[in-house]
Design a protein around this ligand. Sequence first.
Ligand SMILES: Nc1ncnc2c1ncn2[C@@H]1O[C@H](COP(=O)(O)OP(=O)(O)OP(=O)(O)O)[C@@H](O)[C@H]1O
Length: 309
Amino acid sequence: MSTTVKARTPVGGGDGGDKPTLLRVTDLGVHLPTGARSEVEAVTSVSLHVGRGERVGIVGESGSGKTVTGRAIAGLLPTSPRVRVRGSIAVLGREMVGAPPAAWDEVRAHTVGMIFQDPLTYLNPVMKIGRQVAESISPGRKRAGADDAVLRFLSLAGLENVAEVARRFPHELSGGMRQRVLIAIAIAKEPDLLVADEPTTALDATVQQRVLATLDETVAGLGTSLILISHDIAVVASMTDRIYVMYAGRVVESGTTRAVLTTPKHAYTQALLRSVRSLTDEDVELYSIPDSLRTEWAKEGTDHASRGL
Ligand SMILES: Nc1ncnc2c1ncn2[C@@H]1O[C@H](COP(=O)(O)OP(=O)(O)OP(=O)(O)O)[C@@H](O)[C@H]1O
Protein backbone atom coordinates (compact mmCIF):
# COMPACT_ATOMS: atom_id res chain seq x y z
CA MET A 1 0.00 0.00 0.00
CA SER A 2 1.50 3.29 -1.00
CA THR A 3 -1.10 5.98 -0.62
CA THR A 4 -2.34 7.82 2.40
CA VAL A 5 -4.73 10.03 0.49
CA LYS A 6 -7.92 10.14 2.50
CA ALA A 7 -10.80 7.92 1.46
CA ARG A 8 -13.27 9.84 -0.63
CA THR A 9 -16.85 10.15 0.41
CA PRO A 10 -18.99 9.21 -2.61
CA VAL A 11 -21.00 12.07 -4.05
CA GLY A 12 -24.72 12.00 -4.73
CA GLY A 13 -26.67 8.80 -5.05
CA GLY A 14 -23.66 6.81 -6.12
CA ASP A 15 -24.20 5.76 -9.72
CA GLY A 16 -23.56 9.27 -11.04
CA GLY A 17 -27.08 9.39 -12.42
CA ASP A 18 -27.90 12.43 -10.30
CA LYS A 19 -25.18 14.55 -11.92
CA PRO A 20 -25.61 16.23 -15.30
CA THR A 21 -23.78 14.07 -17.81
CA LEU A 22 -20.59 15.53 -19.16
CA LEU A 23 -19.39 12.47 -20.98
CA ARG A 24 -21.31 9.44 -22.16
CA VAL A 25 -19.47 6.60 -23.89
CA THR A 26 -21.68 3.92 -25.37
CA ASP A 27 -20.60 0.59 -26.82
CA LEU A 28 -17.13 1.89 -27.67
CA GLY A 29 -14.98 -0.40 -29.78
CA VAL A 30 -11.42 0.36 -30.91
CA HIS A 31 -9.40 -1.64 -33.41
CA LEU A 32 -5.71 -0.76 -33.71
CA PRO A 33 -3.28 -2.00 -36.38
CA THR A 34 -0.46 -4.15 -35.01
CA GLY A 35 1.27 -4.97 -38.30
CA ALA A 36 0.85 -4.74 -42.07
CA ARG A 37 -2.12 -7.13 -42.02
CA SER A 38 -2.92 -7.60 -38.36
CA GLU A 39 -4.92 -5.64 -35.83
CA VAL A 40 -6.07 -5.91 -32.26
CA GLU A 41 -9.49 -5.15 -30.83
CA ALA A 42 -8.09 -3.15 -27.92
CA VAL A 43 -11.47 -2.10 -26.54
CA THR A 44 -14.80 -3.88 -26.92
CA SER A 45 -18.28 -2.60 -26.06
CA VAL A 46 -17.18 -0.18 -23.37
CA SER A 47 -19.92 2.03 -21.93
CA LEU A 48 -19.33 4.59 -19.21
CA HIS A 49 -20.47 8.02 -18.14
CA VAL A 50 -19.11 10.90 -16.09
CA GLY A 51 -21.23 13.59 -14.47
CA ARG A 52 -20.18 17.17 -13.81
CA GLY A 53 -17.78 17.33 -10.89
CA GLU A 54 -17.74 13.55 -10.63
CA ARG A 55 -14.63 11.40 -10.30
CA VAL A 56 -14.48 8.07 -11.99
CA GLY A 57 -11.73 5.46 -11.90
CA ILE A 58 -10.77 3.02 -14.62
CA VAL A 59 -8.77 0.16 -13.22
CA GLY A 60 -7.37 -3.05 -14.64
CA GLU A 61 -4.15 -4.87 -15.34
CA SER A 62 -1.66 -3.97 -18.05
CA GLY A 63 -3.13 -4.37 -21.53
CA SER A 64 -6.75 -4.31 -20.36
CA GLY A 65 -7.58 -1.30 -22.55
CA LYS A 66 -7.53 1.55 -20.02
CA THR A 67 -5.18 3.83 -21.95
CA VAL A 68 -6.87 3.21 -25.28
CA THR A 69 -10.22 4.08 -23.67
CA GLY A 70 -8.76 7.26 -22.13
CA ARG A 71 -7.12 8.32 -25.38
CA ALA A 72 -10.33 7.67 -27.31
CA ILE A 73 -12.18 9.94 -24.86
CA ALA A 74 -9.60 12.69 -25.41
CA GLY A 75 -9.47 12.15 -29.18
CA LEU A 76 -5.82 11.14 -28.92
CA LEU A 77 -5.75 7.75 -30.61
CA PRO A 78 -3.11 7.23 -33.31
CA THR A 79 -4.14 9.03 -36.50
CA SER A 80 -3.69 6.08 -38.89
CA PRO A 81 -6.70 5.43 -41.17
CA ARG A 82 -6.44 1.82 -39.99
CA VAL A 83 -7.55 2.83 -36.49
CA ARG A 84 -11.26 2.01 -36.32
CA VAL A 85 -13.50 3.45 -33.63
CA ARG A 86 -17.15 2.49 -33.34
CA GLY A 87 -19.90 3.25 -30.89
CA SER A 88 -20.46 6.67 -29.38
CA ILE A 89 -18.43 9.21 -27.41
CA ALA A 90 -20.73 12.09 -26.51
CA VAL A 91 -19.02 15.11 -24.91
CA LEU A 92 -21.59 17.56 -23.54
CA GLY A 93 -24.06 15.85 -25.84
CA ARG A 94 -21.91 16.30 -28.94
CA GLU A 95 -21.07 13.11 -30.84
CA MET A 96 -17.31 12.84 -31.32
CA VAL A 97 -16.89 9.46 -33.03
CA GLY A 98 -16.18 10.34 -36.64
CA ALA A 99 -15.81 14.05 -35.80
CA PRO A 100 -13.15 15.96 -37.79
CA PRO A 101 -9.79 16.80 -36.14
CA ALA A 102 -10.82 20.46 -35.76
CA ALA A 103 -13.78 19.41 -33.60
CA TRP A 104 -11.48 17.36 -31.39
CA ASP A 105 -9.05 20.31 -31.16
CA GLU A 106 -11.94 22.39 -29.89
CA VAL A 107 -12.96 19.78 -27.32
CA ARG A 108 -9.38 19.45 -26.09
CA ALA A 109 -8.97 23.24 -25.94
CA HIS A 110 -11.98 23.75 -23.68
CA THR A 111 -13.56 20.59 -22.38
CA VAL A 112 -11.31 17.54 -22.04
CA GLY A 113 -7.70 17.63 -20.83
CA MET A 114 -5.32 14.71 -20.40
CA ILE A 115 -2.40 14.06 -18.05
CA PHE A 116 0.02 11.32 -18.98
CA GLN A 117 2.38 9.09 -17.08
CA ASP A 118 5.64 10.30 -18.56
CA PRO A 119 6.00 14.11 -18.48
CA LEU A 120 9.31 14.13 -20.37
CA THR A 121 7.58 12.71 -23.43
CA TYR A 122 4.97 15.45 -23.42
CA LEU A 123 6.97 18.49 -22.29
CA ASN A 124 8.98 20.38 -24.88
CA PRO A 125 12.62 19.94 -23.77
CA VAL A 126 13.79 23.25 -25.25
CA MET A 127 10.99 25.51 -24.04
CA LYS A 128 10.88 27.10 -20.59
CA ILE A 129 8.14 25.83 -18.27
CA GLY A 130 6.43 29.22 -18.02
CA ARG A 131 5.98 29.45 -21.77
CA GLN A 132 4.63 25.89 -21.97
CA VAL A 133 1.99 26.71 -19.36
CA ALA A 134 1.25 30.06 -21.07
CA GLU A 135 0.56 28.27 -24.36
CA SER A 136 -2.22 26.33 -22.63
CA ILE A 137 -3.99 29.39 -21.33
CA SER A 138 -6.92 30.56 -23.40
CA PRO A 139 -6.31 33.75 -25.46
CA GLY A 140 -8.83 35.85 -23.51
CA ARG A 141 -7.18 35.04 -20.20
CA LYS A 142 -3.73 35.65 -21.68
CA ARG A 143 -4.64 39.26 -22.42
CA ALA A 144 -5.75 39.62 -18.83
CA GLY A 145 -2.21 38.89 -17.59
CA ALA A 146 -0.37 35.86 -18.85
CA ASP A 147 2.45 35.92 -16.34
CA ASP A 148 0.16 36.05 -13.33
CA ALA A 149 -1.98 33.26 -14.72
CA VAL A 150 1.07 31.05 -15.37
CA LEU A 151 2.24 31.48 -11.81
CA ARG A 152 -1.26 30.85 -10.47
CA PHE A 153 -1.63 27.56 -12.35
CA LEU A 154 1.86 26.41 -11.32
CA SER A 155 0.96 27.23 -7.76
CA LEU A 156 -2.43 25.48 -8.01
CA ALA A 157 -0.54 22.39 -9.19
CA GLY A 158 1.35 22.43 -5.89
CA LEU A 159 4.65 23.92 -7.02
CA GLU A 160 6.62 26.30 -4.84
CA ASN A 161 8.95 29.09 -5.96
CA VAL A 162 6.82 29.31 -9.07
CA ALA A 163 8.61 32.29 -10.61
CA GLU A 164 11.82 30.29 -10.52
CA VAL A 165 10.14 27.11 -11.85
CA ALA A 166 8.65 29.10 -14.75
CA ARG A 167 12.15 30.09 -15.85
CA ARG A 168 13.46 26.54 -15.91
CA PHE A 169 13.56 23.87 -18.62
CA PRO A 170 11.95 20.45 -18.02
CA HIS A 171 15.27 18.64 -17.45
CA GLU A 172 16.05 21.05 -14.61
CA LEU A 173 13.10 19.76 -12.56
CA SER A 174 12.55 16.56 -10.56
CA GLY A 175 10.09 13.91 -11.77
CA GLY A 176 7.47 15.00 -9.24
CA MET A 177 7.82 18.63 -10.27
CA ARG A 178 7.50 17.74 -13.95
CA GLN A 179 4.31 15.81 -13.22
CA ARG A 180 2.96 18.88 -11.40
CA VAL A 181 3.86 20.98 -14.44
CA LEU A 182 1.77 18.61 -16.57
CA ILE A 183 -1.10 19.12 -14.13
CA ALA A 184 -0.62 22.92 -14.42
CA ILE A 185 -0.64 22.72 -18.22
CA ALA A 186 -3.79 20.59 -18.16
CA ILE A 187 -5.72 22.80 -15.73
CA ALA A 188 -4.58 26.00 -17.50
CA LYS A 189 -7.12 25.14 -20.19
CA GLU A 190 -9.73 24.96 -17.41
CA PRO A 191 -11.26 21.80 -18.85
CA ASP A 192 -14.55 20.36 -17.63
CA LEU A 193 -12.99 16.90 -17.54
CA LEU A 194 -9.44 15.74 -16.85
CA VAL A 195 -8.35 12.28 -17.96
CA ALA A 196 -5.32 11.33 -15.85
CA ASP A 197 -3.63 8.19 -17.15
CA GLU A 198 -1.36 6.64 -14.49
CA PRO A 199 -0.37 10.18 -13.42
CA THR A 200 1.87 9.05 -10.58
CA THR A 201 3.01 5.58 -11.57
CA ALA A 202 6.51 6.72 -12.50
CA LEU A 203 7.06 8.47 -9.17
CA ASP A 204 8.33 7.05 -5.90
CA ALA A 205 5.77 6.42 -3.17
CA THR A 206 6.14 9.62 -1.16
CA VAL A 207 6.11 11.88 -4.20
CA GLN A 208 3.18 9.85 -5.56
CA GLN A 209 1.14 10.61 -2.46
CA ARG A 210 1.88 14.31 -2.63
CA VAL A 211 1.09 14.61 -6.34
CA LEU A 212 -2.16 12.67 -5.86
CA ALA A 213 -3.14 14.92 -2.99
CA THR A 214 -2.47 17.95 -5.20
CA LEU A 215 -4.51 16.49 -8.05
CA ASP A 216 -7.27 15.78 -5.54
CA GLU A 217 -7.28 19.35 -4.19
CA THR A 218 -6.94 20.94 -7.61
CA VAL A 219 -9.88 19.18 -9.24
CA ALA A 220 -11.96 19.72 -6.11
CA GLY A 221 -11.12 23.44 -6.10
CA LEU A 222 -11.93 23.90 -9.77
CA GLY A 223 -14.94 21.56 -9.81
CA THR A 224 -13.32 19.56 -12.62
CA SER A 225 -14.57 16.07 -13.39
CA LEU A 226 -11.88 13.42 -13.31
CA ILE A 227 -11.25 10.09 -14.98
CA LEU A 228 -8.35 8.49 -13.13
CA ILE A 229 -6.76 5.55 -14.90
CA SER A 230 -4.53 3.23 -12.90
CA HIS A 231 -3.52 -0.40 -12.53
CA ASP A 232 -3.42 0.34 -8.79
CA ILE A 233 -6.92 -0.07 -7.41
CA ALA A 234 -5.84 1.54 -4.12
CA VAL A 235 -4.92 4.78 -5.89
CA VAL A 236 -8.19 4.83 -7.79
CA ALA A 237 -10.22 3.90 -4.72
CA SER A 238 -8.95 6.79 -2.67
CA MET A 239 -9.74 9.39 -5.30
CA THR A 240 -12.97 8.39 -7.02
CA ASP A 241 -16.74 8.14 -6.58
CA ARG A 242 -17.23 5.26 -9.01
CA ILE A 243 -15.01 2.64 -10.58
CA TYR A 244 -15.03 0.77 -13.88
CA VAL A 245 -12.98 -2.42 -13.85
CA MET A 246 -11.55 -3.42 -17.23
CA TYR A 247 -10.31 -6.81 -18.28
CA ALA A 248 -9.27 -7.87 -21.79
CA GLY A 249 -10.70 -4.73 -23.38
CA ARG A 250 -14.08 -4.88 -21.65
CA VAL A 251 -15.67 -3.37 -18.58
CA VAL A 252 -16.33 -6.38 -16.38
CA GLU A 253 -17.69 -4.54 -13.36
CA SER A 254 -18.70 -1.04 -12.36
CA GLY A 255 -20.31 0.62 -9.41
CA THR A 256 -19.66 3.00 -6.57
CA THR A 257 -16.12 2.80 -5.33
CA ARG A 258 -17.35 1.57 -1.99
CA ALA A 259 -19.53 -1.16 -3.50
CA VAL A 260 -16.79 -2.40 -5.83
CA LEU A 261 -14.28 -2.47 -2.97
CA THR A 262 -16.49 -4.09 -0.40
CA THR A 263 -18.69 -6.40 -2.47
CA PRO A 264 -16.82 -7.08 -5.71
CA LYS A 265 -19.01 -9.28 -7.88
CA HIS A 266 -16.74 -10.28 -10.71
CA ALA A 267 -14.01 -12.87 -10.07
CA TYR A 268 -11.46 -10.64 -11.79
CA THR A 269 -12.24 -7.69 -9.48
CA GLN A 270 -11.98 -9.97 -6.49
CA ALA A 271 -8.62 -11.18 -7.73
CA LEU A 272 -7.46 -7.64 -8.43
CA LEU A 273 -8.32 -6.59 -4.90
CA ARG A 274 -6.55 -9.60 -3.42
CA SER A 275 -3.50 -9.07 -5.58
CA VAL A 276 -2.87 -5.47 -4.63
CA ARG A 277 -2.68 -5.78 -0.93
CA SER A 278 -2.29 -7.68 2.20
CA LEU A 279 -4.59 -5.52 4.21
CA THR A 280 -3.12 -3.35 6.89
CA ASP A 281 -5.13 -1.61 9.60
CA GLU A 282 -4.57 1.61 7.69
CA ASP A 283 -6.17 0.14 4.54
CA VAL A 284 -9.19 -1.00 6.46
CA GLU A 285 -9.69 2.45 7.89
CA LEU A 286 -8.86 4.19 4.63
CA TYR A 287 -11.30 2.23 2.51
CA SER A 288 -13.87 1.51 5.21
CA ILE A 289 -13.45 -2.20 4.59
CA PRO A 290 -15.70 -4.27 6.84
CA ASP A 291 -14.06 -6.76 9.19
CA SER A 292 -15.98 -9.64 7.59
CA LEU A 293 -14.46 -8.93 4.20
CA ARG A 294 -11.03 -8.48 5.68
CA THR A 295 -11.26 -11.87 7.34
CA GLU A 296 -12.51 -13.44 4.13
CA TRP A 297 -9.63 -11.97 2.15
CA ALA A 298 -7.12 -13.02 4.74
CA LYS A 299 -8.42 -16.62 4.52
CA GLU A 300 -8.23 -16.65 0.75
CA GLY A 301 -4.67 -15.35 0.64
CA THR A 302 -3.26 -12.85 -1.77
CA ASP A 303 -1.93 -14.91 -4.64
CA HIS A 304 -4.50 -14.68 -7.38
CA ALA A 305 -2.10 -16.11 -9.94
CA SER A 306 -2.40 -19.51 -8.30
CA ARG A 307 -6.12 -19.36 -8.98
CA GLY A 308 -5.49 -19.26 -12.69
CA LEU A 309 -6.78 -15.73 -13.10
N1 LIG B 1 -0.66 2.20 -30.47
C1 LIG B 1 -1.03 0.91 -30.40
N2 LIG B 1 -0.96 0.11 -31.47
C2 LIG B 1 -1.34 -1.18 -31.42
N3 LIG B 1 -1.84 -1.79 -30.32
C3 LIG B 1 -1.94 -1.05 -29.23
C4 LIG B 1 -1.53 0.34 -29.19
N4 LIG B 1 -1.77 0.81 -27.94
C5 LIG B 1 -2.28 -0.23 -27.22
N5 LIG B 1 -2.38 -1.33 -27.99
C6 LIG B 1 -2.92 -2.64 -27.57
O1 LIG B 1 -4.22 -2.40 -27.09
C7 LIG B 1 -4.49 -3.22 -25.95
C8 LIG B 1 -4.90 -2.34 -24.79
O2 LIG B 1 -3.77 -1.55 -24.41
P1 LIG B 1 -3.84 -0.37 -23.34
O3 LIG B 1 -2.53 0.38 -23.46
O4 LIG B 1 -5.08 0.39 -23.49
O5 LIG B 1 -3.88 -1.16 -21.98
P2 LIG B 1 -3.71 -0.61 -20.51
O6 LIG B 1 -4.76 -1.25 -19.72
O7 LIG B 1 -3.69 0.88 -20.53
O8 LIG B 1 -2.29 -1.14 -20.09
P3 LIG B 1 -1.06 -0.38 -19.40
O9 LIG B 1 -1.46 -0.20 -17.97
O10 LIG B 1 0.08 -1.32 -19.59
O11 LIG B 1 -0.88 0.91 -20.15
C9 LIG B 1 -3.24 -4.03 -25.72
O12 LIG B 1 -3.41 -5.29 -26.35
C10 LIG B 1 -2.17 -3.22 -26.39
O13 LIG B 1 -1.12 -4.05 -26.82
